[in-house]
Design a protein around this ligand. Structure first.
Ligand code: NDP
Ligand code: GUE
Length: 301
């Protein structure tokens, strides 16, 4: 079998098209221009590129984009003060503080300072709770993107599928489990203490890999016909491209897996672009809710 490639880049492009329509409607019918503020502390070049991409795409769909670049030695108090200012700013409907933060800043404190109404990452305890009980609000971007790809692949019906999620982070694994449960999957969450991991994965109709271990999931771990969502983004040496060059790989050994799976997301071009599109989708959701409007159903879980 050769797997169908699930094209996250194309799906994300189409999603941004839908988002552009929702932005135009919010403007024309309600006089609201959704605004997203991105805060980055420090000069990590990879984060810089990533934050610039977000700002560019935010502007492209017609939203206001606010970028705050702070030096690496910014104090916790100054960062908290900026978050408070954005909480109070009427043109800002979404706040994203790029992680990881420098070690001298308490990440939990920063997250808990973000107004849940503007928490487009879905990091605050209030929003994590809402996802768990199915109340409207922003949904963690990466799991939301994975869910959209899976719903599209299975024509909306995931009922009864056995989903095995590798990884239990607050960012990816745990919210992914909640969303798949909501869609009537049988959900197994595996982690670094899971025994006989390959045997567990072999039971899966759907595999979501989010461990941060380059190409850990092998082709022979998969049940023939499984659908594989590879969240991992790992930069590894690529001597074949030349001295000192690197490339991105996922948590799944792609070439092997594509021989066994029925469908698979590539890295890059799979889940990554969906994460950014879902950030924009969440900004529409929060801008709607802040203004007492029902968020568009095609942009949320
Ligand atoms: N595509 C995208 O948009 C995004 C991609 N990512 C990528 O996804 C990956 C995961 O990210 P994130 O969830 O933040 O990572 P974390 O490091 O927070 O979590 C990793 C999880 O994987 C588990 N794990 C680690 N090693 C093993 C192993 N050998 N066997 C089984 N489980 C293991 C850990 O288990 P334990 O809990 O026991 O330690 C943990 O639950 C990374 O590659 C990251 O770069 C992340 C966010 C967005
Ligand atoms: N508050 C916060 N929220 C986040 O959502 C968040 C964060 N901090 N910190 C960092 C991680 C990582 N992350 C990525 C999203 C998209 C791509 C992406 O678009 N990747 C491209 C490749 C990009 C490249 O070529 O480098 C792809 O997979 O095709 C990558 C990584 C979001 N994160």
């Amino acid at each position: 079998m050769t797997a169908k490639i699930i094209d996250g880049k194309l799906f994300a492009e189409n999603l941004r098209g839908a988002i552009t329509g929702h932005v135009a409607r919010l403007k024309s019918e309600h006089g609201i221009t959704p605004g997203l503020a991105v805060v980055i502390v420090g000069e990590d070049p990879a984060s810089q590129v990533y934050v610039s991409n977000k700002a560019k795409q935010t502007a492209e769909v017609g939203m206001n984009s606010f970028k705050h670049e702070l030096p690496a030695d910014t104090s916790e108090a100054d960062l908290l003060a900026l978050v408070e200012k954005l909480n109070a700013h009427p043109a800002v409907h979404g706040i994203l503080v790029q992680l990881p933060l420098p070690g001298h800043i308490d990440t939990t404190k920063v997250i808990e300072t973000i107004d849940p109404a503007k928490d487009v990452d879905c990091f605050t305890p209030a929003n994590v709770g809402k996802v768990q009980i199915g109340l409207p609000g922003p949904v963690s971007c990466t799991p939301l993107g994975c869910l959209m790809l899976l719903r599209d692949h299975f024509a909306g019906d995931l009922t009864g599928k056995h989903a095995v999620i590798l990884g239990r982070s607050n960012l990816v694994g745990k919210p992914m489990a909640q969303l798949l449960l909501r869609d009537n999957c049988t959900v197994t969450v595996a982690h670094s203490n899971t025994q006989n991991l390959a045997d567990v994965v072999r039971q899966a109709d759907i595999v979501v890999a989010a461990v941060g271990r380059p190409e850990m999931v092998r082709g022979d771990w998969l049940k023939p016909g499984a659908v594989v969502i590879d969240v991992g983004i790992n930069r590894v040496p690529a001597p074949e491209k030349g001295e000192g060059k690197t490339k991105l790989v996922g948590d799944v050994a792609y070439a092997e897996a594509a021989e066994v799976a029925s469908a698979i997301t590539p890295v890059p071009g799979g889940v990554g672009p969906m994460t950014i599109a879902c950030l924009l989708a969440n900004t529409i959701t929060t801008a709607s809710l802040i203004n007492g409007l029902v968020p568009p159903s095609d942009l949320t879980a």
